[in-house]
Design a protein around this ligand. Structure first.
Ligand SMILES: NC(=O)c1ccc[n+]([C@@H]2O[C@H](COP(=O)([O-])OP(=O)(O)OC[C@H]3O[C@@H](n4cnc5c(N)ncnc54)[C@H](OP(=O)(O)O)[C@@H]3O)[C@@H](O)[C@H]2O)c1
Length: 433
């Protein structure tokens, strides 16, 4: 499995510029050499610098991104004036951006990349199966240099592919939160389908312009990616019902707590691409934290598709399945831990004489502000905490009280207990939660 690490969920032009700037400074010419794209040293250094700048990407994520960027760049160079086919309009825009970035702000010609340059075999390229360098002014062979064809590129940026069909089996809170995130990309409401046995939850999907149905089979037949968002004990029932309609075009994504990939794969037809995903409640305000694990038939690009599709739901990370239960303890249940802390903050203020409504309003803003600063600054929480602590001041007195009360150890134990409980559910996969 590729190296895993934290990252910001979506790349924007600013991050791309930074990444390209770092590569250029390190050795862009080397990076442009298709055979040397595996040069780990460069990407390790880029990884460190980007992390320092607050962009958390793993080395493999950087390498993979570079492959995509390079592919877009060469395609744009190859066909500067042609119109993009309707299916890849979005990606085409990105190619133009790539050329603007690479040529205007990072002029590669000046770095010694010439049309007539030849490759040198180095230890970096030994054993590397990538095709030879693509010359600056020569067309890029469709197969080179990243084994990425356009179909794959389309899959990598589904938000730009308005043709992708998304289905939801189950119309509860989690389906609604994910649907809202998916729609805030380029997926069209008409290309989404939702099913539930009753109509009680379907109205809010209709308000988003999403067609609804009581037939799970209809959802599966009309979708490429199907989110299974029913209660965990209903997953086997629902999957058995639709199983015969699942083909190799489908990606089945289960969000059910405690239902393991092996359970899913046992029920689904052989070779089905299955993904187990654990979202949390703030997905409904597009500030969720999602961790997913790929099943044995899900490829890297299937994971990339899901990441790209869900990036508007909040942070989206991939990890081994063993981390899903930890994520449940940390983030699924962690949301409730934060609410408890927010409530306690407010109660403390009420005790000291502040009106309750104001205290709760300030407590929630405090949690929100602290969270955003923590995420956006990229600093370790201990560092931010120490920045608030004036020697002998109010905060250190308060922190001492929290430490005496064992807040840190208690919180760690809470994550541990919730994780263990999630593991118990996993062992009883398929039984009622
Ligand atoms: N909520 C969370 O914070 C959270 C976090 C992580 C994971 N999850 C997981 O997300 C899943 C859904 O949770 P939720 O909170 O969204 O649940 P929910 O609000 O209770 O929604 C469940 C939905 O499933 C529908 N349903 C029931 N039987 C069905 C069937 N046979 N076929 C199709 N749909 C059926 C229900 O239909 P009706 O509308 O007719 O009742 C309802 O719309 C669960 O597996 C849970 O473990 C939830």
């Amino acid at each position: 499995m590729e190296e895993l690490g934290l990252k910001k969920q979506n790349w924007d032009v600013k991050e791309t510029e930074l990444f390209l700037g770092i590569l250029k400074e390190l050795d862009m010419e080397k990076c442009l050499d298709g055979r040397k794209v595996r040069n780990t040293t460069i990407f390790k250094v880029a990884h460190r610098r980007m992390t320092a700048a607050g962009y958390h990407r793993s080395v493999d994520q950087l390498k993979f991104r570079w492959k995509l960027l390079k592919s877009a760049y060469y395609k744009g160079k190859r066909e500067p004036n042609s119109n993009a086919p309707a299916k890849i309009q979005g990606w085409w825009r990105y190619e133009k951006t790539m050329i603007a970035i690479m040529e205007s702000r990072h002029p590669l010609i000046g770095t010694g990349v010439h049309a007539d340059r030849t490759d040198e075999a180095t230890e970096d390229s030994e054993g590397d199966g990538d095709p030879p360098i693509l010359h600056w002014q020569q067309p890029c062979p469709d197969s080179a240099p990243q084994n990425l064809n356009l179909d794959l590129i389309i899959k990598m940026d589904p938000e730009m592919d308005t043709q992708l069909k998304i289905g939801f089996i189950g119309a509860g809170n989690m389906a609604y939160g994910i649907a809202k995130g998916v729609l805030s990309g380029n997926v069209l409401p008409a290309n989404v389908r939702v099913s539930a046995p009753s109509s009680r939850n379907l109205g809010r999907f209709q308000e988003l312009g999403i067609p609804v149905t009581h037939s799970n089979v209809e959802v599966v037949c009309g979708s490429d990616v199907v989110f299974v968002a029913v209660k965990p004990h209903l997953v086997p029932l629902v999957l058995s019902e639709v199983s015969q309609y699942i083909t190799d075009r489908h990606i089945i994504v289960s969000v059910a707590a405690g239902v393991t990939l092996s359970t899913l794969e046992e029920i689904l037809p052989d070779n089905t691409v299955a993904i187990r995903m654990m979202p949390n409640l703030p997905c409904v305000v597009q500030e969720g934290a999602i961790l997913f694990a790929r099943g044995s038939h899900a490829k890297l690009e299937d994971g990339a598709l899901i990441r790209s599709l869900l990036h508007r739901c909040g942070l989206v990370e991939e990890g081994p399945e063993a981390w899903i239960d930890i994520h449940t303890g940390l983030s699924g249940s962690g949301v409730a831990f934060v609410y408890l802390f927010a409530e306690a903050l407010a109660e403390g203020a009420v005790k000291m004489g502040m009106p309750s409504a104001l205290a709760h309003s300030i407590a929630s803003q405090t949690v929100l502000g602290a969270g955003r600063l923590l995420r956006d600054s990229g600093k370790h929480p201990a560092q931010l905490r120490s920045e608030v602590c004036t020697p002998g001041g109010t905060t250190i007195y308060g922190l001492h009280t929290l430490e005496k009360g064992g807040l840190r150890a208690t919180t760690m134990s809470a994550v541990e207990s919730a994780t263990e409980r999630a593991r118990e559910f996993g062992k009883k996969s398929g039984t009622k939660k």
